[in-house]
Ligand binder design. Structure first.
Ligand SMILES: [Zn+2]
Length: 162
């Protein structure tokens, strides 16, 4: 998760919402990524999607069997869908996302046994650091843009901007 937080910081440094993802298998990092939706002008360029593609390329197999996926923020519907397709063993998440999160917040993809693949989920890992990155990013953006943004919560702000 520390490496995923590093990816999140890289996203923030690039002016992207600071979300990162790292995928590990057999003790090796096989994929990593951070949010690049602005740079690529692509709503699908979430950290998890970038990392999943990178991991599949690294191992030469789209099935990420045996892998653990570390996400600094609870993944959205698109990314949890991609995770079901990629078939990792475990997904570990940082901050919850009450607006878009689909591993327990808006919906719980992992608990829906109608899907053909289920993975173990662990939430609440290094949540404080993940949330602080998001808070800092949106605080800076509010100050810069002088926009009246909702103060109802970091994750909500993150969700609005993702
Ligand atoms: Zn996503």
């Amino acid at each position: 998760m520390r490496l995923a937080l590093g990816e999140a910081r890289a996203a923030g440094d690039e002016g992207e919402v600071p979300v990162g993802c790292v995928i590990v298998r057999d003790g090796q990092v096989i994929g990593r990524g951070h949010n690049r939706t602005e740079a690529l002008c692509d709503p699908t360029a979430h950290a998890e999607m970038v990392a999943i593609s990178a991991a599949a390329t690294t191992i030469g197999n789209w099935r990420l069997t045996g892998a653990t996926v570390y996400c600094t923020v609870e993944p959205c519907l698109m990314c949890t869908g991609a995770l079901v397709l990629a078939r990792p063993d475990r997904v570990v998440c940082g901050a919850a996302d009450p607006k878009f999160g689909c591993l327990g917040s808006v919906y719980d993809v992992a608990a829906d046994n109608r899907f053909n693949h289920r993975f173990e989920v662990r939430t609440g890992v290094l949540t404080g650091e993940s949330a602080e990155l998001l808070q800092g990013f949106f605080r800076a953006r509010r100050n810069r843009d002088d926009v009246n943004v909702s103060k109802s919560g970091t994750a909500v702000l993150a969700a609005e901007e993702r």
